[in-house]
Design a binder for this molecule. Structure first.
Ligand SMILES: NC(=O)c1ccc[n+]([C@@H]2O[C@H](COP(=O)([O-])OP(=O)(O)OC[C@H]3O[C@@H](n4cnc5c(N)ncnc54)[C@H](OP(=O)(O)O)[C@@H]3O)[C@@H](O)[C@H]2O)c1
Length: 336
């Protein structure tokens, strides 16, 4: 897009559309769900904690009140990304019960997880949550996304929330060898390694997006646009606020408050994925397989979203290897 601000009022009317936002029980995902519902989209909050999801739904409804017309329904859908078989079943429940899905925002994420625990299927927890779970969820929902593109004028959007932290993965691309390695380490000194693991999962988000987009194009499916983004540096969310590395809660809280004063609000952080999942410009300019970042004004507020060139950073291109690795992980989980 040109350097024109993308504002709340630029979000088009989404009447009749259905969206899923993963990790919408807090932070950037909650605001994404709010902004979609505010424009009359039916929104499924895909989350693992029903109480937290209910609180998120109540919060969104309270903010939309007293409007009863022109706002969408908000519904809980159970999804725990740490369990691949469960993810597959969650996607199948959605396939069974719904006849359309226009927007899928794969926003859920975790950072700075300890490595003394692996996922249900035995993978690094950041990689499992941020990439493998979303790989299983999105690829299982593909038939419904394809069907929807046939009935909504070829305008289905998939947006995967990545991060500029993909750079923490290092220059050698995805380190596949350590994804299943557990360690006894649990200390603040593990921070750097935890950052690298988070970076690897966020690099996987980008590679997956580009590979999915390429595969859809190769199959002649032009009505599904898949993109990825960095939401900006966003304060006051739950990211990294777990105590997995033994970091005291009061310290985490302090860091979050400090970051919050010099970063985007969660609502501003939602704007890049909202832009990619709703803006008409995405269709007009046929934006697909791209990595978008927010641009801020001099006052450090969200202004607009623009493409960020990652071609050099990703020149090793583990795209196909990652796809095969993820397919195998899902197949093995389903055989258990
Ligand atoms: N905040 C930033 O500055 C920033 C910067 C770059 C990228 N991002 C990305 O933005 C996205 C949203 O993060 P946020 O900052 O809004 O943090 P957040 O408030 O912690 O939101 C993360 C969401 O993901 C959910 N989640 C975590 N593990 C899950 C699992 N196994 N199954 C289902 N849902 C799970 C969380 O639910 P629970 O409460 O149940 O754990 C929560 O709703 C993440 O992908 C993050 O990597 C954030």
């Amino acid at each position: 897009m040109t350097a024109r601000a993308f504002k709340l009022n630029d979000i088009p009317d989404l009447s009749g559309k259905v969206a899923i936002v993963t990790g919408a029980s807090s932070g950037i995902g909650l605001e994404t769900a709010y902004l979609l519902a505010r424009r009359n989209c039916t929104v499924y909050i895909a989350a693992r904690n029903p109480e937290k999801a209910d609180r998120a739904i109540a919060d969104i409804q309270r903010r939309l009140f007293p409007a009863t017309q022109g706002v969408g329904e908000i519904i809980y859908h159970h999804l725990d990304l740490l369990d691949l078989k469960g993810v597959y079943e969650s996607a199948h429940r959605f396939l069974r019960d719904h006849d359309r899905l226009d927007i899928l925002v794969a926003n859920a994420g975790t950072a700075f997880e300890s490595i003394d625990q692996l996922s249900v299927d035995g993978y690094d927890r950041s990689f499992a949550t941020n990439h493998l779970g979303h790989f299983a969820f999105i690829t299982t929902l593909l038939p419904l996304l394809e069907r929807t593109s046939g009935i909504n004028g070829g305008d289905v959007r998939v947006v995967v929330t990545s991060s500029m932290a993909y750079q923490f993965a290092g220059n050698n691309g995805i380190d596949f060898d350590s994804i299943r390695v557990k360690s006894e380490g649990k200390s603040i000194l593990d921070m750097k390694a935890a950052g690298r693991r988070y970076g690897r999962s966020k690099m996987a988000n980008i590679l997956f997006t580009q590979e999915l987009s390429k595969r859809l194009e190769a199959r002649g499916i032009s009505g599904i646009r898949v993109n990825t983004c960095h939401p900006g540096s966003v304060g006051d969310t739950g990211l990294g606020a777990n105590d997995a590395l033994g970091i005291p809660q009061w310290f985490n809280g302090m860091v979050h408050k400090a970051v919050g004063t010099v970063s985007f609000t969660p609502l501003e952080g939602a704007m890049t994925q909202i832009y990619l999942s709703t803006s008409k410009t995405v269709v007009e300019k046929d934006i697909r397989g791209k990595f978008y970042v927010p641009v801020m004004t001099w006052s450090m507020r969200y202004h607009y979203s623009t493409e960020y060139d990652i071609s050099r950073a990703l020149k090793r291109g583990d795209h196909e290897k990652l796809w095969n690795y993820s397919e195998t992980a899902l197949r093995e989980a389903l055989q258990r």
